[in-house]
Ligand binder design. Structure first.
Ligand code: C2E
Ligand code: MG
Ligand code: MG
Length: 620
């Protein structure tokens, strides 16, 4: 299928030239007819040539006008081959007519024309091996036979020369053909895995969409991205990485053949699979997911490369081609969105594209785009949520970021912090929040407002960034003395803390040397174990609000809160309960000796000035 891809276009472009050349040269026979007073045969032959030329012209036009699919191109090519054979062979008729003539000049004309036809055929039909052999045979063989039949020593010699010429032409056309094949292969294939490349895949996809338009059927597209392939490349080297890619490609090809699918490598560790057509959309979807799952299982089987036993998984996005009005690139984007969703759901999975996903991704992109201008447009503000101790005093607050955008409205930190973390913008945003928080603390200190603690949320990506320590030191010098520093607690979330414990401990210890404290936020929702909690040099634990919400005197979670409180106490950690919304929860927590309470029952997160008022009125 692929091998002919270039030939279609190549031969299609040659047809007009050939028609002009043949019908122009053919006119010379009319002229010879006039010279030797033989009109009937020449004119009849020329009319036949024109008729065949017209056939060729129609074939050329049909190819230009119709958006042929690959299968239709194949059919077109078959007809074209008949046309070409006949078009070249028609000259042999005149050869026989002229060599059987008494006038010897006509013999020369016949031989020269036939040689010309042979050269033209060898040039134009290079990519069609069989056809060029046939055509060359029909044009060169009559010359050789004629020369042998002349029966003179010189004619035997020329007959031999004509055989050699035929062979040279064939040899030259083979060489050109091989070169064409090679360059065509390179243009459409991936050098490493020998699978079709992106260019090939896009052609195929466009073809499938054309068929879809006419036949209203359904095709699925799988986008496969290997998980953590870069790690294999980085740790074991590119040679091992390349072998692994070839083996993965091989497994995919075998399975794809079984399912009558076509697999291509888009680049790097990304592959694409296109199915055959289904009449029913549900069936297509079902088959897509089951094939993707089978493929995933196959990819995950052990690879033995050199002495290494390697395992790799993949994230697979599935998109169904069900609308011919949509461009090929759109379906690839859909599969891409689904694949990224599979990645963000922990990799090693299959996700089918759907509209809800598309809306979510578009929203994410919109938020991500707008997020980058938040600081320069002054769209980020800070709120402060009071924290109350067992003596019912406001002893501190938690700083919480807010974002208000003209177009998107108010966007909650749960949404934008995650996006900022993924895009890397959290570094810039985190710096801004740090500076604003430090300024507030300093301002309050100057106003005589003294708090025991001042909690700031820190994203793990921000903490792990090499610039963090330098930035904190710089801001400290500008805004905070040692006393103020000791009030600050950096809140980190346990969900991401598990990633690189040793490094995390080192970073926390270094920052603690500057006088800061650390708190484990949202405790109970992440992956922490007791030993992990023991190892981390933290000072405070914040029970996640979901546990506090369940304190209603009936639910088992009250016991869970009691257990967490006991653990914190036995580890010597201060404990904060966040999300306290009613008096029952508050009384329960006070009764259980929870050190600090925070929640809507006391106050929502409020602006700086409001916090000051709250503090003042609370004291009274
Ligand atoms: P978090 O650090 O656990 O913050 C507590 C969240 O609980 C805040 O939501 C707060 O408004 C909410 N909350 C407090 N009391 C109650 C209550 O009684 N009931 C209910 N239903 N909710 C309560 P918020 O402000 O939407 O923040 C959500 C999360 O976003 C935070 O969770 C934190 O992880 C992140 N975040 C907020 N600001 C920042 C920031 O400046 N930097 C970073 N890195 N993350 C931030
Ligand atoms: Mg927090
Ligand atoms: Mg929390």
């Amino acid at each position: 299928m692929l091998d002919n891809m270039n030939f279609y276009n190549f031969i299609h472009r040659q047809i007009p030239t050939l028609i002009v050349l043949f019908s122009g040269t053919g006119l010379t026979y009319i002229f010879f007819g006039y010279l030797y007073s033989s009109y009937f045969i020449e004119i009849s032959w020329y009319l036949l040539l024109l008729l065949i030329s017209f056939w060729g012209y129609r074939l050329h036009r049909a190819y230009s006008i119709n958006n042929y699919t690959i299968e239709e191109k194949e059919r077109w090519l078959k007809t074209l081959k008949y046309f070409l054979f006949i078009y070249f062979s028609v000259w042999t008729i005149m050869f026989f007519v002229y060599v059987s003539h008494d006038i010897v000049e006509l013999h020369y004309i016949a031989i020269t024309t036939q040689l010309g036809v042979s050269v033209v055929s060898a040039t134009i039909l290079v990519s069609e091996k069989k056809l060029s052999l046939f055509v060359l045979g029909t044009s060169m063989l009559p010359i050789t036979i004629y020369l042998i039949l002349v029966g003179e020593p010189y004619s035997y010699f020329i007959a031999l020369l004509s055989i050699i010429l035929g062979w040279v032409l064939l040899y030259a056309s083979r060489n050109t053909y091989n070169y064409l094949q090679k360059s065509q292969f390179q243009a459409f294939h991936d050098y490493l895995t020998k699978l079709g490349n992106r260019h090939y895949f896009v052609n195929l996809l466009e073809d499938v969409i054309k068929i879809q338009k006419r036949e209203n059927n359904f095709v699925y597209l799988l986008l496969i991205d290997l998980d953590y392939f870069k790690t294999i490349n980085d740790t074991l080297g590119h040679d091992i990485g390349d072998i692994l890619l070839c083996e993965v490609a091989d497994r995919m090809s075998k399975l794809s053949k079984k399912h009558k699918c076509s697999v291509s490598r888009l680049g790097g560790d990304e592959f694409c699979i296109l199915s055959s057509a289904y009449k029913d959309k549900d069936e297509c979807q079902e088959k897509a997911v089951s094939f993707a799952e089978e493929l995933l299982e196959e990819i995950k089987k052990t690879y033995i490369i050199d002495e290494h036993h390697l395992y790799i998984s993949a994230s697979i996005g599935v998109s169904i081609i069900d609308n011919s009005q949509i461009k090929a690139s759109r379906f690839m984007k859909e599969a891409d969105i689904a694949m990224y969703e599979a990645k963000s759901q922990g990799r090693d999975g299959v996700i089918l594209f759907n509209n809800e996903l598309s809306i979510r991704v578009e929203r994410k992109l919109e938020v991500e785009c707008a997020l980058h201008f938040t600081i320069q447009n002054n769209e980020i503000t800070l709120r402060y949520q009071p924290q109350i101790n067992l003596n019912n005093e406001v002893i501190g607050c938690e700083v919480l970021a807010r974002w208000s955008n003209e177009k998107l409205g108010n966007i909650g930190p749960n949404e934008f912090i995650e996006i900022a973390e993924k895009s890397g913008f959290i570094i810039e945003l985190g710096y801004f929040i740090l500076e604003e928080s430090f300024k507030t603390l300093r301002e309050w200190d100057e106003k005589g407002i003294t708090l025991e603690q001042f909690s700031i949320n820190i994203s793990m990506r921000q903490l792990f960034d090499t610039s963090f320590l330098g930035n904190v030191s710089k801001l400290c010098e500008k805004y905070l003395d040692t006393n103020l520093r000791s009030k600050i607690i950096f809140e980190i979330t346990e969900t991401s803390a598990a990633e690189d414990l040793d490094r995390l401990i080192k970073i926390i210890n270094t920052i603690k040397q500057c006088g800061f404290r650390f708190s484990m936020d949202d405790f109970g929702t992440g992956y922490s174990s007791l030993s992990y909690l023991r190892q981390l040099p933290i000072d405070e634990l914040k029970i996640d609000k979901s546990f506090i919400f369940e304190i209603d005197g009936i639910n088992q979670d009250s016991n869970m809160v009691k257990t967490i409180l006991n653990i914190a106490k036995s580890l010597g950690l201060k404990i904060v309960a966040e999300g306290v919304e009613n008096a029952f929860q508050k009384d329960f927590l006070i009764n259980e000796q929870c050190d600090i309470l925070q929640g809507y029952y006391f106050s929502k997160p409020v602006e700086k000035e409001e916090f000051e008022k709250y503090l003042f009125s609370y004291k009274k």
